[in-house]
Design a protein around this ligand. Structure first.
Ligand code: ADP
Ligand SMILES: O=C(O)[C@@H](O)C(=O)COP(=O)(O)O
Length: 422
């Protein structure tokens, strides 16, 4: 298998978002969980997205895992490596976007990497290096209150510079408007000035096509699904991939009980949980009881099993910024996050042990904890539920999943997802 595109995603929901974008653009794509075993049987594909859970771990560990993934992808002939990060640039001043980009770029012998989280389809645009989420700058968006990585600076040149060893430059929209050659020339000029990375502006899909073509002339780039779309279009335009329609049939219906788990505290997910109350029973975990050592997970599982015969159920830990701040002040940010993720993973394991084969999970870290606990090796990509969220089918057993980035999906996301998981 020779890969046209090798991708390393820093979380599992981000990986399925990218796999969805690449599939829609005509690339046969598989999403693996972690760096695959050497003997993992994979279908013939154009792109592999290796999902890591490396967004919120120490930078040196994120670098080591990303290098392992790069080695696996390079061994399969990956023509270009895309490091997939969040379209809201979720990270802290300690990393990990800068350190991983630096490491992958240096290993590939490149002087500079193009970096852009722009993803216009989900209203993430970058202008003069400033990231906008919808109509507001990143630092005024709900991401300012993210439980793990509050984003309080919209200027990504500054944000990335704080995480990087070298300096960071800008490829502005006026340059992007002049086409891929102009972008490449600007990258060369910035590299001569000693810059190791450059944030690239993009506000429309056509800007992504330009950035994809420019990125493809180098071995490594960093971005969200938007850059994935640009790279996919460039690969097709260059004749390096023959585009194909997405697989229509991922296998027979599975049926049986279905459940949803939500650990994201994003505004979008909070609204989706509120809407789900009209459609299914909803159980809210009490983080304070859970962190005090009470068996909240066991109680939620018992609650679920009493109801699941009658239809899907939703279990959520999600809470608004004030409640999250209270829990974090008492137990610590990371300890609280990890304990809640572990409880969600335990609930998922219990549900699957009791026959659930249709599972929707909201939240990147939450999805990572759940999928790791279930030991799922890889997914094939099915139909799109909402922008950035596909239905997934496990490759080693009959199970449907949807891994939803906290911020994505329409108001009725949970019901929308279950409708596409027969
Ligand atoms: N009520 C809560 N209080 C504090 N932290 C929470 C609460 N509910 C969930 N969390 C934690 O918040 C984090 C949410 O991150 P994640 O699952 O990646 O969602 P998103 O996709 O919105 O980023 C997780 O670590 C989760 O365990
Ligand atoms: O690029 C995006 O916005 C998503 O693909 C993504 O990475 C979201 O991360 P979470 O919100 O943590 O799920």
């Amino acid at each position: 298998m020779t890969l046209a595109l090798g991708c390393i995603a820093d979380d599992y929901t981000g990986a399925s978002d990218l796999a969805n974008t690449l599939t829609k653009a005509g690339l046969r794509t598989v999403q693996t969980i972690g760096v695959p075993a050497a003997d993992l049987a994979l279908p013939e594909v154009d792109a592999v997205v290796v999902s890591l859970k490396s967004r919120s771990i120490p930078a040196d560990e994120a670098v080591a895992r990303s290098r392992e993934a790069a080695a696996w992808l390079n061994a399969r002939g990956a023509g270009h490596l895309l490091f997939k990060v969040c379209s809201t640039f979720d990270s802290t001043d300690a990393g990990n976007i800068g350190p991983v980009t630096d490491a992958l770029r240096e290993d590939a012998g490149e002087a500079i990497a193009l970096v852009t989280p722009a993803f216009p389809e989900t209203a993430r645009t970058v202008y003069l290096g400033h990231l906008f989420v919808g109509t507001v700058p990143l630092a005024e968006s709900p991401l300012k209150d993210h439980p793990l990585n509050p984003m309080r600076d919209s200027n990504l040149v500054r944000v990335l510079a704080r995480q990087s060893r070298g300096q960071v430059g800008l490829v502005d929209l006026a340059t992007v408007a002049n086409g891929a050659e102009a972008v490449s020339a600007r990258l060369d000029a910035l590299a001569r000035e000693g810059k190791g990375a450059a944030i690239a502006d993009a506000v429309l899909d056509r800007d992504l096509a330009v950035l994809g073509a420019a990125a493809l002339t180098r071995k490594v780039s960093t971005g969200a699904s938007g850059l994935g779309l640009g790279l996919a279009r460039a690969l097709v335009a260059a004749g390096r991939v023959a585009p194909r329609a997405a697989e229509a049939d991922l296998g027979p219906a599975i049926g049986g009980p279905a459940a949803c788990l939500a650990g994201s505290c994003s505004q979008a997910t909070l609204g989706q949980i509120a809407r789900a109350e009209a459609a299914m029973p909803v159980r809210r975990l009490d983080p304070a009881r859970l962190l005090a050592g009470e068996d909240e997970a066991g109680a939620a599982l018992t609650w679920a099993m009493e109801r699941i015969g009658a239809g899907p159920v939703l279990i959520a830990s999600s809470a608004g910024p004030e409640a999250v701040a209270k829990v974090q002040a008492r137990y610590g940010r990371d300890a609280a996050g990890h304990a809640i993720e572990a409880a969600m993973a335990r609930i998922a394991e219990g549900l699957v042990a009791r026959g659930v084969r249709r599972l929707v999970v909201a939240g990147g870290e939450t999805s990572g904890a759940v999928v790791d606990r279930l030991g799922l090796p890889a997914f094939r990509v099915g139909p799109e539920i909402a922008a950035g969220v596909p239905v997934l089918r496990t490759t080693d057993r009959d199970m449907w999943l949807a891994l939803k980035s906290g911020n994505f999906g329409g108001p009725d996301f949970f019901a929308d997802a279950l409708r596409l998981m027969p």
